[in-house]
Design a binder for this molecule. Structure first.
Ligand code: ATP
Length: 457
C-alpha cells in the first residue's frame, strides 16, 4: 500500500494553491497535502511536520522561493523541493536545480506534468526511506515487530534475514516481487508485509493463473455499465490504500503485462468498457514460481515490467534448503491441525524430523502441512502417526530418475565422466559442497575426498 506522504504547497496565490491541491489529492492519493500562502511560515511548518516534498513558488513577497530552497536543503536534506515558476523564470529555475531542487515546473504547462513529477519525487523519498530502514534493520539484527510475523515460523538464519528485509521494506511504497517454488510461503510473506505496514487497510489477493485475459481484467479493473450488464467494481479499486497481492505473475499474457505496467508506472487503470483512466492507490506485491529474469531472456516477460516489479525482491528457498525449520514447522502444523480437527495435539515422534531432512518436498510447506493434517487425523494415540511421511519418503526414494546423457562418437572414460559430473554439481551449487554432495547422492566427506583426489579443491 502507498503510505501517506506529507507534501507542502507554498504559494502566495491562494486560488492556484486551492486548484493544485484538489488535482493532487485526486491524482496522487498517497500525498497528504498541506498549503501555505506565507513564505515566512515555511520553516516553522517544516519543524512541526516533516515533509517529504515541498512545492515552492519562486516569486513570493517577504521571502523568495530561492532563499527558502537553500534553507530547506540545509536543514532537511531528505526533503525534495519542486520549484514552481512563472513563464519567464527559466534562468532562476536552472539556478535552483543547481542548488538542489529536485525538479521545476512552469505554471503555464499542463498540471499532469507536475503530477508526474510529484509522483516520481515521492517514489524516490519512499525508496530512500526504505533503504535507510534496511540498513538500520540489518545492523540491529533485531525484529522490530515480531508479533506481525507470527504466521512465519522459522529459525533458519537465511529466513530470519528475509523477515528483517520484509520489515525494512514495509515502509516503502514500491512494488514487491516474491519469487519461490510452489508452496514456499510467498502469499504468507505478502500477508505479513501487509500486517507490518498498515493492517487496518484491505488485503486482496488475486490468482492470475489459469484465467482468461477478460476474467483477469474484470476481476482487477472492474467494468463500467453497458447495455446488458451492470457496473462491477474491480479489486484494484476495492484495495484503495491497501495491499494487492497478485500470484503467478509469470503466467500473465503480454497484453496484461502492459496493463500491469501502466498500473505500476502511472497509478492508473481502465475498467472494461471505459477509456477514462481511474486512479489506483494500492501497493502491489506479486509472486512468481519461475525466475522472471529467465522469462525475460526467453522473450516471455517484459523487461520494463520486471524492472518496475523489482523495486524490492525476495527469493524464498525451497523447504529442502531449510532443514532447521522442519521440526518447528511440523509442531506448528500439528497445533493448527489439532485445533481445526478438534483433537488433542499428538507428539512429534523422535527421529521423524531427521528422516525428513533428506526428503525433497516438491510441494514445500503446502505439502508438509497437508501431510501433518493427514497424520493428525490418522493419529489415535499420543504420538503423531508417521505413515504419511514414511510413504512419501519411500515413494521418492524408489522413483526412478530418468537420466539422459548425450554422448559423442567417442565415449569418455569412467574417470572423465566422474570428474565432469562432480564439476557440474559443484558449479550448479555455487561450490557449496554439502548441496553438491546431496545432488550427487553421496556424503559430503566422500565428495570432499573426491575433490581432493581430482585436485579440484
Ligand atoms: N514460514 C511459515 N511458517 C508457517 N506456515 C507457513 C510458512 N510459510 C508458509 N506457511 C504455510 O504454508 C502454506 C503454503 O504457503 P503459501 O500459500 O504462502 O505458499 P505460496 O508460495 O504462496 O504457494 P503457491 O506457490 O501455491 O502460490 C500455507 O498454508 C501457509 O500458511
Amino acid at each position: 500500500m502507498k503510505l501517506a506522504r506529507p507534501v507542502l504547497l507554498v504559494d502566495d496565490e491562494a486560488q492556484w494553491l486551492r486548484s493544485l491541491s484538489i488535482s493532487l489529492r485526486r491524482m496522487v492519493p498517497e500525498a497528504q497535502i498541506d498549503t501555505c500562502v506565507d513564505g515566512r511560515e515555511v520553516m516553522d511548518r517544516m519543524a512541526t511536520r516533516g515533509y517529504d516534498l515541498v512545492l515552492l513558488d519562486l516569486t513570493m513577497p517577504h521571502v523568495s522561493g530561492e532563499e527558502l530552497l537553500q534553507q530547506i536543503r540545509a536543514k532537511y536534506p531528505n526533503t525534495r523541493v519542486i520549484i514552481v515558476t512563472g513563464v519567464n523564470q527559466i534562468d532562476a529555475a536552472v539556478r535552483c536545480m543547481r542548488n538542489g531542487a529536485y525538479d521545476y515546473f512552469n505554471k503555464a504547462c499542463e498540471v499532469t506534468e507536475l503530477v508526474a513529477s510529484v509522483r516520481r519525487a515521492l517514489e524516490v523519498v519512499g525508496l530512500e526511506l526504505s533503504l535507510s530502514q534496511l540498513r538500520q534493520h540489518f545492523f540491529s539484527k533485531q525484529l522490530q515487530q515480531p508479533e506481525a510475523l507470527n504466521d512465519l515460523v522459522t529459525c533458519e538464519p537465511k529466513m530470519l534475514d528475509r523477515l528483517r528485509y520484509l520489515e525494512a521494506i514495509s515502509v516503502s511504497p514500491a512494488p514487491v516481487l516474491i519469487e519461490g517454488p510452489l508452496g514456499s510461503g510467498k502469499q504468507t510473506f505478502a500477508k505479513a508485509l501487509h500486517r507490518l505496514s498498515q493492517a487496518d487497510t484491505p488485503f486482496h489477493s488475486v490468482n492470475l493463473s489459469g484465467q482468461s485475459n477478460e476474467q483477469i481484467q474484470l476481476s482487477l479493473f472492474g467494468r463500467v455499465p453497458n447495455g446488458t450488464e451492470p457496473a462491477q467494481p474491480g479489486i484494484v479499486q476495492q484495495a484503495q490504500n491497501g495491499l494487492l497481492y497478485l500470484s503467478h505473475v509469470d503466467e500473465l499474457s503480454m497484453e496484461l503485462q502492459g496493463q500491469l505496467l501502466t498500473l505500476l508506472e502511472q497509478g492508473q487503470f481502465y475498467p472494461l468498457g471505459s477509456d477514462r483512466p481511474r486512479v489506483a492507490s494500492c501497493r502491489i506485491a506479486v509472486s512468481s514460481q519461475q525466475d522472471l529474469k529467465q522469462l525475460v531472456s526467453d522473450g516471455r516477460f517484459r523487461q520494463d515490467l520486471l524492472y518496475r516489479l523489482n523495486g524490492h525482491r525476495l527469493v524464498l528457498p525451497p523447504l529442502s534448503e531449510r532443514p532447521l525449520d522442519i521440526a518447528l514447522l511440523i509442531n506448528h502444523f500439528i497445533d493448527m491441525a489439532a485445533k481445526d480437527l478438534q483433537r488433542e495435539a499428538p507428539l512429534l515422534p523422535n527421529g521423524l524430523a531427521d528422516k525428513l531432512k533428506h526428503y525433497e518436498f516438491p510441494g514445500n510447506l503446502t505439502e508438509l502441512k497437508g501431510m501433518v493434517y493427514d497424520a493428525v487425523s490418522r493419529s489415535d494415540e499420543q504420538t503423531l502417526c508417521q505413515s504419511p511421511f514414511l510413504m512419501a519418503i519411500t515413494e521418492q526414494g524408489s522413483e526412478p530418475t530418468a537420466v539422459q546423457i548425450r554422448f559423442g562418437d567417442e565415449l569418455p572414460s569412467l574417470a572423465q565422466a566422474n570428474r565432469a559430473l562432480v564439476m557440474e554439481a559443484m558449479s550448479r551449487c555455487a561450490n557449496n559442497q554439502s548441496a553438491a554432495a546431496k545432488l550427487l547422492g553421496i556424503s559430503q566427506s566422500a565428495l570432499s575426498r573426491r575433490l581432493a583426489k581430482e585436485g579440484l579443491l
